[in-house]
Design a protein around this ligand. Structure first.
Ligand code: BTN
Length: 258
């Protein structure tokens, strides 16, 4: 399947909802901000906003995301009930895992809730932002994948890129096309009430690991036992408590093996 982003835009893709419109920009501050603007301009559910470069990209928990040239950076407009928004991060991460397997044959793991890992390194992340407009709940899914470049950061899970891992230059349009197809079918199923928790759990490298939870109130240590139906992480703390977290930052004490 040979494709490029301009072909996707010109001819469209054979999805039902995700990719209903595809907008492409050379440079934006953040595709998240543009996505919000597109909601104001009444673009439909499924609209995809892609940028070659971002000058103010954002990551989870108020962090900065470092956008580099030739990487895949995009946002998708979705609209589901506010109570179901947490499922979006589940389906987005599964769509990336599936797409990377299909297009370049690579197996990825997930650090809860949605960091994309390969061999103890981070190759991508997902950010979900909610937005209400005239009684309609909108959620913007933002995906950043280090396909051809990665920043030089000294983080516990260091950044990496797919070109470095595979030894080949990565065709962003091929991966984008595959993610959008997978996301489309998962999104349609989600609207019918089908939540792929089992598949997500199979990809989660966090389960069974010793972890540290860093939140504003306290620093907790324990074992990541399971996830519940809403995607919250169930932790057995070292002092014997069973707690659930839904968006805090966690640190794997024992790093994933794959
Ligand atoms: C994370 O791991 O913290 C999530 C990173 C999400 C980055 C993407 S890049 C496209 C979209 N635009 C942004 O400003 N952020 C998301």
């Amino acid at each position: 399947m040979k494709t490029n982003i301009h072909n996707l835009i010109r001819k469209g893709i054979s999805t039902k909802t995700i990719g209903s419109r595809i907008l492409y920009y050379k440079e934006v501050d953040s595709t998240m901000t543009y996505a919000k603007q597109k909601i104001e301009e009444k673009y439909p559910e499924g609209t995809v906003i892609i940028a070659e470069q971002q000058t103010k990209s954002r990551g989870r928990l108020g962090r900065e995301w470092i956008s580099l040239k030739e990487n895949l950076l995009f946002s998708v407009l979705t609209s589901i009930p506010i109570t179901e928004a947490s499922y979006l991060s589940i389906i987005a991460s599964i769509s990336i895992v599936r797409a990377l397997k299909q297009t370049i044959g690579i197996t990825t793991r997930l650090k809860w809730p949605n960091d994309i890992l390969i061999q103890n390194t981070k190759i991508g992340g997902i950010l979900i932002e909610g937005y209400s407009k005239n009684d309609t709940n909108w959620n913007i899914i933002g995906i950043g994948l280090n396909t051809n470049n990665s920043p030089n950061l000294k983080t516990k899970i260091p950044p990496n890129n797919l070109k470095e891992i595979t030894g080949n230059r990565i065709d962003n349009s091929l991966i984008l096309n595959s993610i959008l197809h997978e996301l489309d079918s998962l999104y349609i199923e989600l609207k019918k009430g089908i939540i792929p928790i089992k598949e997500w759990k199979n990809h989660l490298s966090t389960l069974g690991k010793k972890i540290i939870v860093n939140n504003e109130k306290e620093k907790l240590e324990g074992i990541a036992k399971d996830v519940d139906k809403a995607g919250r992480l169930i932790i057995l703390t070292n002092d014997g408590r069973k707690i659930k977290i839904h968006s805090d930052e966690i640190i794997h004490q024992d790093l994933p093996l794959n």
